[in-house]
Design a protein around this ligand. Sequence first.
Ligand code: 5AD
Ligand code: SF4
Length: 474
Amino acid sequence: MELTRACVSDLIKGMLGPKKKVYIKTFGCQMNVADSEQMALLLANDYVPTDRVEEADLYLINTCAIRRKAEEKVRSLLGSLQVLKQRHPQMLLGVGGCVAQQEGERLLAAAPHLDLVFGTHGIYRLPEMVRQAARGRRVVDIELTRGFPAQPRRHWRPGAVKTLVTIMQGCDNFCTFCVVPYVRGREYSRLSGEIVAEVADFLAAGGKEVTLLGQNVNSYGRGLPEGVTFPELLRRIDALDGLARLRFATSHPRDLSPELTAAFGKLPSLCEHLHLPVQSGSDRILNAMNRGYTRKEYLQKVAELRRVCPGICLSTDIIVGFPGETEADFEQTLELVEEAGFDQAFSFKYSPRPQTRAAALPDRVPGEVQAERLTRLQNLLNELTLKAHQRLIGKIAEVLVDGISKRSREELCGRLRTNQVVNFSGPRDLLGRLVMVKLTEAHPHSLKGTRVEDPTLSSPLADDPQSPQRRVSC
Ligand code: 5AD
Ligand code: SF4
């Protein structure tokens, strides 16, 4: 075995004594999941990750501020950690991410048991902050830096099948309801060569599925001197050997160019799924949200996606009860949902966020009206999701097996290229493999299936990313 520099340094460290342990609790979106991974990587010289809170020498909370509820969860966890800190006074406690960015010093003042606060750009300075905290200094770092920070080289555990790759950060869109531009800062893209190299490393380690991440992922490349557009980046990644599935999130409808839409019909690894948040079906509300598209433009983009890739699954985000939303506006949202035929959707009650323009708008929608609209919307969305699952019954499709089913320890689970969860019976050595499954039962949040043993459809062929049988359609 070739000894890399990282291996040698690990060996030396191992001889010097056991490392300390870090427990990281992550709230929020995939960007936060990717950031938590980075934190673990950056701290790897001194700490190994643990999933047992009791043995943590360092406890980090990576927070989300997107809605008030998310922020409240963080505050409640932080409060409850006072007891743990009393039991283990040597344990360092840190809060990072969006709430930390937003609150800074105020968090330290509110929680005397807290040792460090680091913002969304502070994770790259985390090792030094932890060292200072270990010397007894309470530290805050919420500086927002310019440019995309240099990334540490990543390693994947053996058998890792999926990975998240951050390709841009921040957002310049300033949707009036959204706190992201304030807590994540301006938009910066990462150099394409670094991204392609990271994906190639992952594939060389046996990985199969890559999700490219950014708050506004399809505006990738804006402001970079190298002139690589997002569709061009997708083409370069798709061309790498061994990539079975490529996904990206989250896209803004305004930046969904014809070139990007066309990529869905062309690039073999690009999965037939797009998360395209619409937020509202009313032009008046879309305008008040500063979304930069009309209902008609959104539906035209959906129609074009379905034309180039008829089997594509669309998911979305919707906010109900934005200030000034009338019953008529809300009904337009219900109509748009039916017209677009979403396969999956996440829906939320509008929640005023600090610094955002919408927080100062008049005509707040009362909580009980928001709740009633959310229930109506979710009933419709659940119906559409179940119908979409029912349409798949009887089909044979490729599943990337990525875990043990939540419903039964006897079953495996994975996802279709179109992103639905499928549970089926099979031996655990299928974990991490692409297999063909006949879909037999539709449930509200998942499908059930049976592995197809037919030699022309089973694993060797399914494991071949170029196999035409991998897709449900499109
Ligand atoms: N209130 C409610 N939902 C929000 N989202 C973002 N900000 C708010 C807010 N202030 C939702 C949007 C976004 C998703 C990630 O969270 O739908 O797409
Ligand atoms: Fe928030 Fe809008 Fe940026 Fe998305 S595009 S992160 S909703 S400001």
